[in-house]
Design a binder for this molecule. Structure first.
Ligand code: PLP
Length: 383
């Protein structure tokens, strides 16, 4: 079988070599990080080294990093009324989230459903700042959650402007930065974030590990999982040392990705798509976007058929969001941007990463040239 070309990095990235090596070492060792003997101390050391690396990636202090089983869990841990700041010990009374968040944020975490308000985005996919200001004006102690970059469109939110507005209204800002590392800046203090979620498997670590990073003066008074007191009593349960070690090793090299090279490949990809199908719509083109993400649709083309045609030709792409099930549903992100449902259902996402080559991109474009007429014909016949 010829090698496949993988273009679904926003769903999951390949394991980085240093992550694999760190995990192999940890898996070969025995030791509970809470034990005081040498074996336990070695496990503890692997976790603390990983914590340092994740902290460096976000520019924060290691003691403010809590390891979790995923970014989904980090989001659940962060989105609680029990967020205290040094100045404000009372519970947060409302959660404001943008309408384009990942489902793990949209579900509202540990807030009662009636305390969660979804904020609109503009047609360009950016948080509507007027709506944010007016929602903040109706709330005393809000927690706001806005993602740094969208997993479907790649559109980047103006987080520092948002942070400024939220803080002026006595709010706390959580940022889901899962799609950012290795692609754009995710340093917490520069962005003005108070809490930030990361996922290991999007940056070259293993699936099943994540982290919540918080500013030093933010306190989470209600852990999600209570028990043995691990992770400074914020996340009980014996630590998954191998996964954490892999996360740390991947975090240490995440910023070695060449974003300029990725942008050039992505631009070649988009111009190639447009050359074959000038009617293609590339969502978010012209906006600040991740350098690795293209979400596009061609009127009359179905996402499922396009994905299958690519797959049969050895090219892995996805529909808008691959996070939930194998089924293609109209994307809530495109719906929030006012994209017509029929067009939104046809959206295909192509996402690149550090090992994507020019040859991979050319192969995708050759496949596109070969399959497009049948994709459009299939749909015309079915209709
Ligand atoms: N947030 C965003 C923006 C994502 O893209 C994803 C996964 O695709 C998640 C959160 C959830 O991450 P995890 O798979 O670690 O639960």
């Amino acid at each position: 079988m010829t090698e496949r070309a993988y273009f679904d990095w926003n769903a999951t990235a390949p394991l980085r070599e240093p992550a694999r090596a760190a995990m192999m070492l940890s898996m070969a060792a025995t030791g509970n990080a809470s034990s005081v003997h040498a074996e336990g101390r070695a496990a503890r050391q692997a976790i603390e080294a990983a914590r340092e690396n994740v902290a460096k990636l976000t520019g924060d202090e290691a003691k403010n990093v809590t390891f979790t089983s995923s970014a989904t869990e980090a989001n659940m841990l962060a989105l609680t009324p029990a967020i205290e700041t040094a100045a404000e010990k009372r519970k947060r009374d409302k959660l404001l989230v943008s309408a384009i968040e990942h489902p793990s944020v949209l579900c509202g975490g540990r807030f009662a459903p009636e305390a969660v308000e979804k904020l609109p985005v503009t047609n360009a996919g950016l948080l509507d700042l007027h709506a944010l200001r007016s929602a903040l004006a109706r709330t005393e102690r809000p927690l706001v959650s806005v993602m740094l970059a969208n997993n479907e469109t790649g559109i980047i939110q103006p987080i520092s402007d948002i942070a400024h507005i939220v803080h002026a209204a006595n709010g706390v800002l959580h940022v889901d930065a899962v799609q950012a590392p290795g692609r754009i800046n995710c340093r917490m203090s520069e962005l003005g974030a108070d809490l930030m979620s990361l996922s290991a498997h999007k940056l070259g670590g293993p699936q099943g590990a994540g982290a919540l990073i918080r500013r030093g003066d933010i306190h989470i008074a209600e852990p999600l999982i209570k028990g043995g007191g691990q992770e400074r009593a914020l996340r009980a349960g014996t630590e998954n040392v191998a996964a954490i070690a892999g996360f740390g090793a991947a975090a240490a090299v995440a910023n070695q990705t060449d974003a300029a090279r990725m942008t050039a490949l992505r631009d070649r990809l988009e111009s190639g798509l447009k050359a074959v199908t000038p009617q293609a719509i590339i969502f978010g083109q012209g906006c600040a976007r991740l350098p690795n993400t293209t979400l596009f649709a061609v009127p009359g083309m179905k996402a499922e058929t396009a994905i299958i045609a690519f797959d049969l030709n050895g090219v892995a792409v996805s529909s808008g969001s691959a996070c939930s099930s194998g089924k293609v549903q109209a994307s809530h992100v495109l719906a929030a941007m006012g994209v017509e449902p029929a067009l939104a259902r046809g959206a295909v996402r192509i996402s690149l990463g550090w090992s994507t080559t020019q040859a991979d991109v050319e192969r995708l474009l050759d496949t596109w040239k070969n399959v497009i007429s049948s994709l459009l014909k299939t749909h015309a016949t079915a209709a």
